[in-house]
Design a protein. Structure first.
Length: 260
């Protein structure tokens, strides 16, 4: 990759880190950027997952106060995300690359649709949101726990395989199963997405080292680390409409590059 391309990837990393901290779907900035610069789709997914770990750390740390009192649900969700991510990574590494190349445009379109309808999802989640009880979170019944674990596990598989828009999916699941304040759900989403990305990064480093574009991964890591800090601190002030517009435009460019 040329210097200018690496600079563009760096800026994409900053944007992805900030967007992931606020709403999720930042992968729809970095993944299409890598593909547009000629990185093969599977290599782009692997390198992207590794690079975005740094942004996940900074955004999760930035929302650490909102995580207080959420352990009753997170102690179920973290293992579900962990195991789901392993399954997703296994699928990516063992299914033929042609399968990924065939399905990723469909996943990309689905993710872009999620980004477009995200305001309606957020409003719907907001209507279901409730103030925390004196114990910290709404009461978890066995049925809620089962639904929460199943949904988190499914998103973990998706995140380990492709990752784009997994944050929006997690927010939708949390809004259905464990309605809470939006910012608290966003904090949980950041942590669970980080778990998936860490599992993916470790797995790919151990068993797919030769398929990683380390230059791209390193540049994304630096950019997403900074973007996560910015998103956690100032992201609530950014225009959601502008963010979605950027995501959709870059995603469509990446989709065109995949299909070209």
């Amino acid at each position: 990759m040329s210097t200018w391309e690496l600079l563009a990837v760096l800026l994409a990393g900053v944007g992805a880190g900030a967007i992931n901290a606020v709403v999720g779907s930042g992968t729809l900035i970095t993944f299409p950027t890598l593909v547009a610069f000629g990185v093969p789709p599977v290599s782009a997914t692997i390198s992207n997952a590794i690079g975005l770990v740094a942004g996940g750390v900074s955004s999760t740390w930035g929302y650490r106060r909102e995580l207080e009192g959420q352990w009753p649900q997170l102690r179920w969700q973290i293992p579900a995300s962990f195991v789901g991510a392993i399954v997703g990574c296994w699928l990516l590494l063992h299914l033929p690359e042609t399968v990924f190349e065939a399905i990723v445009p469909i996943l990309l379109v689905a993710a872009l649709i999620l980004v477009v309808v995200q305001p309606w999802i957020q409003k719907w989640v907001g209507r279901r949101s409730t103030a925390p009880t004196h114990l910290g979170t709404p009461r978890l019944t066995p049925a809620r726990i089962a639904a929460m674990v199943a949904g988190t596990f499914a998103v973990g598989i998706y995140g380990g395989y492709f990752t784009a828009a997994q944050g929006i999916m997690l927010m939708a699941i949390l809004g259905v199963v464990v309605p809470d304040h939006l910012q608290r759900m966003n904090a949980a989403k950041n942590l669970l997405s980080l778990v998936v990305n860490v599992v993916a990064a470790v797995t790919y480093t151990l068993v797919a080292f030769d398929r990683i574009n380390w230059s791209a991964a390193a540049v994304i890591a630096v950019g997403s680390l900074l973007g996560g800090v910015i998103g956690a601190r100032y992201g609530r002030r950014l225009s959601p409409r502008a963010l979605r517009g950027v995501i959709v435009v870059v995603g469509l460019i990446g989709l065109w590059r995949l299909l070209a």
